[in-house]
Design a protein around this ligand. Sequence first.
Ligand SMILES: [Zn+2]
Length: 128
Amino acid sequence: MTTTFTTEDLITAAKSIVKDEKCPNCADLACPGWETMPSSFNQDELNLIGTLKSENEESWDEYHPHGTQIWSANAPIAPNFHPYNKCDLYQCQKCTQMYLRYTEYGGYYVDQRIRLVTPELIDGASHS
Ligand SMILES: [Zn+2]
């Protein structure tokens, strides 16, 4: 069974990230904001460590209090909002970098997306 992470769990987990130590595989992956998973990236090094999916998985509201948008590199990582509420959390077993991943289902495509976990951007805001 996959562990469900709350915002607090995510913040705690993110403290284990060794910021400046990226293995070559992760160093090649530039995804401070959401990116389509590059086919060159070796996903074998990633361990699934939990999920942010919760009862509000169906919500499509986004959280951008400071004028960011979904693709912004400085957009908040807000687990209670789209697309974070559809994400699984992965960690590189080589270098501790953490990633969020979800699958975008368009009309004619399926897009695997990945974003680096930046601890400073995690925001526990909830729906009012
Ligand atoms: Zn790595």
